[in-house]
Write a protein that binds this ligand. Structure first.
Ligand code: BEZ
Ligand code: FE
Length: 279
């Protein structure tokens, strides 16, 4: 029998996985234990601190229900969600980059006509339009484009009983030229849900919970890779410090103010999306 010390214990645990039949499970568990033990050794983790860590993870689990998923929020705020996207969805050349889906996506958005206004609450009017094209610039017709964003009060319709059903959500289709267009409002920045353990972690580490203003897009077209992305406002205070690290410079857009006599001023955002054909 071999007594364990702070160095030998790691190898002993790794050996315990030698009978693991699934090679991927073994690979993941081996790396997990190696990094976990190295982490504990590196910071010389005390037992009191680990107990606090367990209490934090327990509280995170308790905060989860059918709507709230605190573990995903933890993954988002630690940059793990966007890291996994970068590892698993390498985008070539000019193709549109992904961003986070986020917890406020709701299935079943209503179909809306080309150019329709999805805002049922007040805000600064904005027109979003552009083209869906493939990597060769060929239009992608008949694609489904789902969009959702917060109202001027920084809340999604699903978070706010005061907002009308389907406010600032809609499902559009690109036309024969690959074009899409819809009207909404210029979005505002908003805090991610921070009334739980993740909010405490942000406060304890001197971080703010804000996401820069953005509009979410989920684009699906037969024969093309699905794009889950968002367009971020260039003039937002938090564009360089998104609480969930979802901003990419290629997804930052300008809201151009259009004013003409006798018409209500509005912002215009013109943005094309480049889809990758599935092999
Ligand atoms: C969102 O953009 O809706 C979001 C993304 C990640 C965490 C929280 C909110
Ligand atoms: Fe969002």
């Amino acid at each position: 029998m071999k007594d364990q010390n702070s160095e030998t214990i790691t190898e002993t645990v790794l050996q315990s996985f030698s009978g693991c039949a699934n090679p991927r499970t073994r690979e993941i568990m081996t790396a997990l234990v190696r990094h976990l033990h190295d982490f504990a050794r590196e910071v010389r983790l005390t037992q009191t601190e680990w107990r606090q860590g367990i209490e934090f993870l327990t509280a995170t689990g308790k905060k989860c229900d059918g709507i709230r998923q605190e573990f995903i929020l933890l993954s988002d705020t630690l940059g793990l969600s966007i890291l996994l996207d970068a590892i698993n969805n390498r985008r070539e050349g000019e193709s549109t980059e992904n961003s986070l889906l986020g917890p406020f996506y709701r299935e079943g958005a209503k179909d809306a006509a080309f150019g329709a206004d999805i805002a049922q609450t007040e805000g600064e009017p904005a027109l979003f339009h552009g083209r869906l094209v493939d990597m060769h610039g060929k239009p992608v017709a008949g694609a489904l484009i789902e969009v959702w964003q917060t109202a001027a009060n920084g809340m999604y319709e699903g978070q706010d009983p005061e907002q009308p059903e389907s406010n600032l959500r809609g499902r559009f289709r690109s036309n024969a030229q690959g074009e899409y267009a819809f009207r909404a409002i210029k979005p505002t920045s908003y805090p991610i849900p921070d009334d739980g353990p993740v909010g405490k972690m942000l406060a304890a580490t001197g971080r703010h919970p804000m996401r820069p203003a953005h509009v979410h897009f989920l684009i699906e077209a037969p024969g093309y890779e699905t794009v889950t992305t968002a367009l971020f406002s260039s003039d937002d205070t938090y564009v360089e410090s998104d609480a969930v690290f979802g901003v990419k410079s290629s997804l930052v857009v300008e809201y151009v103010l259009r004013e003409s006599k006798g018409a209500k001023p509005y912002f215009e955002v013109e943005r094309d999306f480049v889809l990758i054909a599935k092999e």
